[in-house]
Design a protein around this ligand. Structure first.
Ligand SMILES: NC(=O)c1ccc[n+]([C@@H]2O[C@H](COP(=O)([O-])OP(=O)(O)OC[C@H]3O[C@@H](n4cnc5c(N)ncnc54)[C@H](OP(=O)(O)O)[C@@H]3O)[C@@H](O)[C@H]2O)c1
Length: 253
């Protein structure tokens, strides 16, 4: 591990398990104070207990503005700065063709996946980063870069999140860097339908021969929020083992 985040503080939303927990663990191992959020306080506490160093769990629905504001204030009280924000909380209640979706599922998907990153970025920039600088990473998806069956609504939120990331990178320049990550299929609960019953054929189709693990994503996030990435902003980094390139098996003899 090359990053050293000693003395820096990170908020990671949606960190009770999966990719968010792995990111929180990685940042904590590299010395950061880490605040982990989840919809439930006890899940956030349990996750914080799995992170080394100074970690704090905060129950905060990502779309709940009061809870988000409270989390930002609590973070500043406890640790004195917010240098890193990872907008990772995500949801996909709208599985299926677009024309079969209703407004409730549309609103929930866009609220959690698109509005919440904007809300948390705004609060953190107002409270700290606007004056002191910082790095924001938004968890998008390769789904935001291409088209696939059943995931149209979710993918639209991630495409919009990539756009918002680039817009924010300009609006918040030069003090705050804003980047997105675009993971491929990663072994988590949210993505179970994408890998659980067909991991072998899926892995065979991916250039690097396997689906992702949460730690694969965490390492890339640690890089993006580190000083080594100090000249990178507005980027949407694909972390997918080559999945977005297409079916690799056709290229092998
Ligand atoms: N896994 C993949 O293949 C993949 C690929 C591309 C992108 N992503 C993105 O990666 C991110 C993390 O997903 P994951 O795969 O790690 O899924 P996961 O293991 O199911 O974790 C989702 C996390 O988000 C939290 N969460 C969900 N809704 C929330 C809300 N309204 N407010 C606050 N927290 C909320 C969950 O916490 P609680 O349930 O405890 O509240 C949990 O910690 C998401 O943005 C997802 O879209 C995943």
């Amino acid at each position: 591990m090359t990053e050293d985040f000693t003395g820096r503080t990170a908020i990671v939303t949606g960190a009770s398990r999966g990719i968010g927990l792995a990111i929180a663990q990685r940042l904590g191992e590299a010395g950061a104070n880490v605040v982990l959020t989840s919809r439930k306080q006890d899940s956030a506490d349990a996750a914080a207990a799995q992170v080394g160093g100074n970690a704090l769990g905060v129950g905060a629905h990502a779309v709940d503005e009061e809870a988000a504001q409270r989390c930002v204030e609590l973070t500043l009280e406890r640790f004195g700065s917010i240098d890193i924000l990872v907008n990772n909380a995500g949801t996909n209640p709208a599985y299926g063709p677009l024309i079969e979706q209703d407004h409730a599922r549309f609103a929930k998907t866009f609220d959690v996946n698109l509005w919440a990153p904007l809300l948390w970025t705004s609060l953190v920039v107002t409270a700290w980063m606007g004056e002191h600088g910082g790095a924001v990473v938004n968890t998008a998806s390769i789904g935001g870069l291409h088209f696939g069956p059943y995931m149209g609504m979710y993918n639209a939120t991630k495409a919009a999140l990539i756009h918002v990331t680039k817009q924010l990178a300009l609006e918040l320049s030069p003090r705050v860097r804003v980047n997105a990550i675009c993971p491929g299929v990663v072994r988590t609960r949210l993505a179970e339908a994408l890998w659980k019953d067909h991991e072998d054929p899926l892995s065979a189709s991916i250039a690097l021969g396997r689906i992702g693990e949460p730690v694969d994503v965490a390492g890339a996030v640690a890089f993006l929020v580190s000083d080594a990435a100090s000249w990178i902003t507005g980027e949407a980094m694909v972390i997918d083992g080559g999945q977005v390139l297409g079916d690799a098996s056709a290229f092998r003899s």
